[in-house]
Design a protein around this ligand. Structure first.
Ligand code: CP
Ligand code: NVA
Length: 306
């Protein structure tokens, strides 16, 4: 039996596969908009394991499977044996016997690696403490729709060196663009992930310097899921890292603003920015659906994005 393809980080697909996947997502978006049937996953099942909260990820995967004629099963630790200590490898083996793909949102990235090592169907990372690759597929799709190729462009990340930041760093390697990261001391991204991106990514402290002449400005919450207890300390550390009018004014006049959501207006982003004309956050949210449908097709059928 050949080993399944997994999507644990953006680097699990090569640049050409990514380009094909984005093209396919645009096609699937058109089909959906025109209400043309595309029941490509008829009879297929996606198992969705959520150990953290979600709105966009759950709805986009579930709606995507329904639109492609398949089915998605929502599983939470509250009502599965995984939540009562059934080993991860056993759960992976069992779900693989019944589902055609498994999607997981969890804490430790190592857990999803263990899961994938024992699964015999594709495993999709729907967010770990370390990466959120599905969000980046939607973000790149959004960029492509609004501005075309991202190759050679400059993005600015303002805020925490977190799972989203790590995925933006990986995206520079796949899609060949530059990234300037402004992060307060003590909240840097993982040095190995950063180093692997080479000179495409620059780490700095000043948000205005990072945003200068950027084509895209993006940020994320100051305290991620699992860090609720650090909220007060982080609010102090990040107080000068809000994407506001000054930051957007430093970027190119036609710079786009992105945020994976959920957002906290008045913390990492000013209301006038996220609700302003440069913001494409609702397109990003919708594009989770279309990008993941292309991903599901690619992983389950091994086609479409070929
Ligand atoms: N952006 C994102 O993953 O949103 P949810 O947490 O609502 O799934
Ligand atoms: N960094 C955030 C992203 C939420 C989609 C978190 O992990 O909570």
């Amino acid at each position: 039996m050949t080993a399944p393809r997994h999507f644990l980080t953006l680097l699990d697909l090569g640049p050409e596969e990514h380009a094909a996947l984005i093209r396919r997502a645009l096609e699937l978006k058109r089909l959906q908009r025109e209400r043309r049937p595309h029941r490509l996953l008829e009879g297929r099942v996606l198992a969705m394991v959520f150990e953290k909260s979600s709105t966009r990820t759950r709805v986009s995967f579930e709606a995507g499977m329904a639109q492609m004629g398949g089915h998605a099963i929502f599983l939470s630790p509250r009502d599965t044996q995984l939540g009562r200590g059934e080993p991860v490898p056993d759960t992976a083996r069992v779900l693989s016997r019944m589902a055609d793909a498994i999607m997981i949102r969890t804490f430790e990235h190592e857990k999803i690696e263990t899961f994938a090592a024992h699964a015999t169907v594709p495993v999709i990372n729907a967010l770990t403490d370390r990466f959120h690759p599905c969000q980046l597929l939607a973000d790149i799709l959004t960029w492509v729709e609004h501005r075309g190729d991202i190759k050679g462009r400059t993005a600015a990340w303002i805020g925490d060196g977190n799972n989203m930041c790590h995925s933006w760093i990986n995206a520079t390697r796949v899609y060949d663009f530059r990234l300037r990261i402004a992060v307060p001391e003590g909240y840097d991204p993982d040095p190995d992930i950063l180093a692997a991106a080479g000179d495409r990514v620059t780490l700095m402290r000043d948000p205005l310097e990072a945003a200068r002449d950027a084509d895209l400005v993006t940020t994320d919450v100051w305290a991620s899921m699992g860090q609720e207890g650090e909220q007060a300390r982080r609010s102090v550390a990040f107080r000068n890292y809000q994407v506001d009018e000054r930051v957007m004014a430093a970027a190119k006049p036609d710079a786009l603003f992105m945020h994976c959501l959920p957002a906290h207006r008045g913390e990492e982003v000013a209301a006038c920015v996220i609700d302003g004309p440069q913001s494409v956050v609702w397109d990003e949210a919708e594009n989770r659906l279309h990008a993941q449908k292309a991903l599901l097709e690619f992983l389950i059928l091994g086609s479409g994005a070929g």
